[in-house]
Ligand binder design. Structure first.
Ligand code: 5GP
Length: 202
């Protein structure tokens, strides 16, 4: 069995993470790789086209805080005034099954997961130019001007904080971004820390 990988994909809002991750999942399925995308829990409103239990588990603040108190989240953050967090149980089950586990979470969450699991791999996904974020966010037309401006402000901070991440993938073309992610998975599997056992000569 190939070893599992914990792959954290962060990036500014509007970088196209969702599209790239969905394409990556399709490619991994075609390669007969066992992959699992962690579904986060959030208190933000449901956007058009989103479904509960698919894009996110949508919940209210008291329920989120209860789960947090019960230690039911691997990490969490408050982003743009709303809670986001990774439910622990399904992710831990996927780790135990040796799957490639993908997390679409922000930098703050990525750091928390890496503190917990030193073998987690972090990727920062960006558009070819920062200014494209603004047009992509406006193109969504789902948020108020205030929220869009705040997302851009957060994006600036995320760019500065991303230096701690292992890899940067540029989402110029979706296919190229997915190929780079597949290469990262392959490279990570070859890491000495994951293969040192194989050097034991009996
Ligand atoms: P959006 O509201 O656009 O769906 O997500 C806003 C930001 O929250 C994105 O950067 C997304 O990656 C991040 N996010 C989504 N789920 C989680 C989570 O469970 N934990 C953390 N820390 N961030 C998350």
């Amino acid at each position: 069995m190939k070893p599992g990988i914990k792959l954290i994909i962060s990036g500014p809002s509007g970088a196209g993470k969702g599209t790239v991750i969905n394409r990556l999942l399709q490619r991994l399925a075609a390669l007969h790789e066992e992959a699992y995308l962690s579904i986060s829990m959030t208190t933000r409103y449901m956007r058009e086209g989103e479904a509960d239990g698919v894009s996110y588990y949508f919940t209210d603040k008291p329920s989120f805080e209860r789960l947090l108190d019960e230690k039911g989240l691997l990490e969490h953050n408050c982003y743009n005034g709303e809670y986001y967090g990774t439910p622990a149980a399904p992710a831990e089950e996927a780790f135990a099954a040796g799957k490639i586990v993908l997390f679409d979470i922000d930098i703050n969450g990525g750091r928390q997961i890496r503190e917990r699991y030193s073998d987690a791999v972090t990727v920062f996904l960006i558009p070819p130019e920062f200014r494209l974020l603004e047009s992509r966010l406006r193109g969504r037309a789902t948020e108020t001007e205030d929220k869009i401006l705040h997302r851009l402000e957060i994006a600036r901070d995320e760019y500065a904080a991303a230096v701690d991440y292992d890899y940067v993938v540029i989402n110029d073309s979706i296919d190229d971004a997915v190929e780079e992610l597949l290469s990262i998975i392959t490279a990570e599997r070859c890491r000495m820390s994951r293969r040192a056992k194989l050097l034991t000569i009996l």
